[in-house]
Write a protein that binds this ligand. Structure first.
Ligand code: HPA
Ligand code: ZN
Length: 326
């Protein structure tokens, strides 16, 4: 309980959060009703019972199905507003939020509808809660690089609202190098770059993300620990890893929370952060993620402070914007 109060009081930044993964079953039902969309569940309990995954793809199948209820600008606003309210309750002061436009444009929802709803909620939350945010457009790596290029074209009118691009969805078989050209173009446009790597994929994918894509952060990065030379490099270059403990348990990236490599990461000098990934699907927002690893690995207050500080120093905020939180 003392630890819970300490975690709750820490000012935090969240750097790995898929906005579509914050869709709670209650809102899914409300939007299904509002939009006349059929969903294959009879109750909120039935939805939660379906969230038993044995790997990343199991989850992705249900995640893409769930986002089908999102249709209007108001839906994207309500989704984002609900996340920001919940994050603020966990004392999140800054959030860098992923969105998956291809999960929507493939269903006939316009890119502009998605980003107009999300950014309206970001602006409101800044006013209402003082919470700052940045948006990161993720390319779906199971689709082609041409489709990613077309998505970046659609984003051009919105570049003042987009801080960076990322890479998510099915990792194995879709290495970072598949997206070398579109990431180079994003970089030339002044965008920050991140990529999911080493969640299910091998350490080689983390190296490719760094060397070929030239990313500023690695999302997850767990499997880097299999490669000591890579670990040494991540430490010496101070590369931020956005680690997601409850996600790792639910997607069977780790056997159990007690086996989570977060302490090993900190001991190796890695700049790890704690994040919720898809909190509606994985059973907890950011404080629950801190609590789970802190309890399982008996993290000290100094280690919890280090993790929280890493969230701000690993963020895309300017140094002057980070300073008040450190
Ligand atoms: N990994 C890959 N793709 C994703 C994830 C994840 O954890 N969450 C949403 N899309
Ligand atoms: Zn993720």
């Amino acid at each position: 309980a003392e630890r819970a109060a300490f975690i709750a009081a820490l000012p935090k930044a969240e750097l790995h959060l898929h906005i579509e993964g914050s869709l709670e079953p209650e809102l899914m039902f409300a939007l299904a009703r509002r939009n006349g969309v059929a969903i294959p569940f009879a109750s909120v309990e039935e939805v939660r019972a379906a969230y038993a995954f044995s790997n990343l793809q199991d989850f992705l199948d249900i995640y893409y199905q769930g986002m089908g209820v999102l249709q209007t600008e108001q839906d994207f606003h309500d989704l984002t507003a609900a996340y920001l309210d919940r994050a603020r309750a966990d004392n999140v002061r800054h959030a860098e939020i992923f969105f998956d436009p291809q999960g929507h444009t493939a269903r006939g929802v316009a890119f502009g509808t998605v980003i107009a709803g999300i950014t309206r909620a970001l602006d409101d939350a800044r006013e209402r809660h003082g919470i700052t945010s940045k948006l990161i457009l993720c390319f779906l790596r199971h689709l082609s690089e041409e489709e990613a290029e077309a998505t970046l074209d659609e984003a051009l009118p919105w570049l003042d609202r987009i801080a960076g691009v990322g890479l998510d969805s099915s990792e194995v078989g879709h290495p970072p190098s598949k997206f070398a050209r579109v990431f180079a173009r994003a970089r030339s446009l002044g965008l920050k770059l991140v990529a999911h790597a080493g969640e299910e994929g091998p350490p080689e994918y983390v190296r490719e993300a760094l060397d070929v894509l030239k990313v500023d952060r690695i999302d997850h990065g767990n499997r880097s620990l299999e490669d000591p030379a890579l670990v040494a490099r991540l430490a010496s270059e101070g590369v931020c890893l956005t680690v997601c403990p409850l996600s790792n348990v639910r997607l069977c990236v780790v056997g159990a929370i007690a086996d989570h490599p977060l302490r090993a990461m900190l001991d190796a000098g890695l700049h790890a952060t704690v994040n919720s990934d898809d909190p509606s699907y994985f059973g907890g927002y950011v404080n629950a993620n801190y609590q789970a690893v802190a309890d399982a690995l008996d993290l000290s207050r100094a280690e919890l402070v280090e993790l929280a500080c890493n969230g701000f120093t690993g963020s895309f905020l300017d140094a002057e914007e980070q300073a008040p939180h450190l």
